[in-house]
Design a binder for this molecule. Structure first.
Ligand SMILES: Nc1ncnc2c1ncn2[C@@H]1O[C@H](COP(=O)(O)OP(=O)(O)O)[C@@H](O)[C@H]1O
Ligand SMILES: CC(=O)OP(=O)(O)O
Ligand SMILES: [Mg+2]
Length: 410
């Protein structure tokens, strides 16, 4: 059995999945949170696939989740908690010992286009790229360092969020600023969530039964961070995030697009420092800044209760989605498939309905009943007469990372 461990580390947390790649099945998954914040919490889920006998044709067991609370000062301690959880609750890492560990790394700059085996030089490069992704890369590197200590004898592979967008043409990735300054400081658009955009666009092509190479697609990845990509023939041609994961759509706590002069105004008039502005735009904006809550479920509840701030937050969110849908329809000269993915995209009936409501002119017709079903798995939400196929496609960044990890290690 080829088992791969996938690690997705954030600043104060990390998510992990242990996958049996012979059957592309999850054996266990987990989330370690509040690292470095006093008492940390780990949730460890043993999947049904790991509990059922391998030859059981109709397993009746269901997954089991365990919670562990303990002081977790850093990522190394977080990894120790994960290993303890495997030891206490299974599956056994001796029986299911990983042949490789795959890591999500957010920023690969212009240096990394492919899944890359982590060497000391690669670690230095990921560290250097922290200037371009201060919220993400340091955490990703901490995860790699901790995982290498825990699993010193297997290859570790970095899979970059930026990699899929390396196909952007110069006119799509160039900011219209002084060229020398931009080149000296590597200021350009890179794009993120590429692992998800790739996975979803490939799954969508398979679902509609047409060759990826022939399709024009728009993928809305709407999670906490959110981005949209225009994909032609399986290659990313435009995407809403830029130098950092701040540009583009309205997100849980990030502003997305705004006039850069807002920053000069706030620096001059509100006496805000660079650090203040960074925090404002990355952590205190988006849905949170507009309505006081970052979760789209809370926005929906407050909107139903008549909260005007939540209504405005929802309207601004949707307005931006429509603007990008229109822009990418024009960039692609039409579209065959539009997919929604990630937490909001997979679950919010109203966001999908509102985002698509003005695209009738382009041949988009949503079937309200299909859109309202809560079925799991990939599904069509457009009507049979819609010229454009509109889909909900559950993303699976971990599976894609595991696949790419094996592609360079076996
Ligand atoms: N049933 C739901 N309805 C609306 N939004 C939801 C629902 N479930 C989850 N979400 C949204 O999904 C977001 C998280 O998306 P996710 O893709 O898991 O984010 P990330 O991986 O970036 O942390 C939550 O903040 C929440 O707004
Ligand atoms: C790149 C990015 O925004 O990632 P996340 O959605 O995980 O914050
Ligand atoms: Mg995500």
């Amino acid at each position: 059995m080829s088992v791969v461990l996938v690690v997705n580390s954030g600043s104060s947390s990390f998510k992990y999945q242990l996958l049996d790649m012979d059957r592309e099945q999850v054996l266990a998954s987990g989330l370690v949170e509040r690292i470095g914040e006093g008492t940390g919490v780990a949730k460890h889920t043993v999947a049904a696939a790991a509990l059922a006998a391998p030859d059981d044709p109709a397993p009746t067991v269901t997954e089991a989740t365990y919670t562990i609370e303990r002081e977790i000062p850093d990522h190394t301690a977080g990894f120790a908690v994960m290993l303890d959880a495997f030891a206490a609750h299974g599956p056994s890492l001796d029986e299911h010992s990983p042949v490789a560990v795959g890591h999500r790394v957010v920023h690969g700059g212009a240096r990394f286009f492919e899944p890359t085996v982590v060497t000391p030089l690669v670690e230095i490069n990921i560290d250097e790229l922290s200037v371009l992704a201060p919220l993400h890369n340091p955490a990703n590197l901490a995860g790699i360092v901790a995982a290498k200590k825990a699993f010193p004898d297997v290859p570790h592979v970095a899979v970059f969020d930026t990699a899929f967008h390396q196909s952007l043409a110069p006119e799509a990735y160039t900011y219209a600023i002084d060229r020398e300054i931009a080149e000296a400081h590597r200021i350009r658009r890179y794009g993120f969530h590429g692992t998800s955009h790739k996975f979803v666009s490939e799954a969508a092509a398979a679902f509609v039964g047409r060759p990826l190479g022939e399709l024009k697609q728009i993928v809305f990845h709407l999670g906490n961070g959110a981005s949209v990509a225009a994909i032609e023939g399986g290659r990313s041609v435009d995407t809403s995030m830029g130098l950092t994961p701040l540009e583009g759509l309205v997100m849980g706590t990030r502003s997305g697009d705004l006039d850069p002069a807002v920053l000069f105004q706030l620096a001059r008039r509100a006496d805000m420092s660079i650090a203040d502005l960074d925090t404002l735009l990355n952590k205190r904006s988006g849905l949170l800044g507009l309505a006081g809550v970052s979760d789209m479920r809370d926005i929906g509840e407050r909107r139903d209760a008549g909260d005007p701030a939540a209504q405005l937050a929802f309207d601004v969110y949707v307005h931006r989605l429509r603007a990008y849908a229109g822009a990418y329809l024009a960039q692609l000269d039409g579209v065959d498939v539009i997919s929604f993915t990630a937490g909001v995209g997979e679950n919010s009936i109203r966001v999908r309905e509102e985002a698509m409501a003005t695209l009738g002119f382009a041949g988009v017709e949503i079937d309200p009943d299909r859109n309202a079903t809560r079925e799991r798995g990939i599904r069509r939400i457009s009507s049979d007469s819609s010229r454009v196929e509109v889909l909900v496609v559950p993303t699976n960044e971990e599976l894609e990372i595991a696949r790419q990890t094996l592609s360079v290690t076996s």
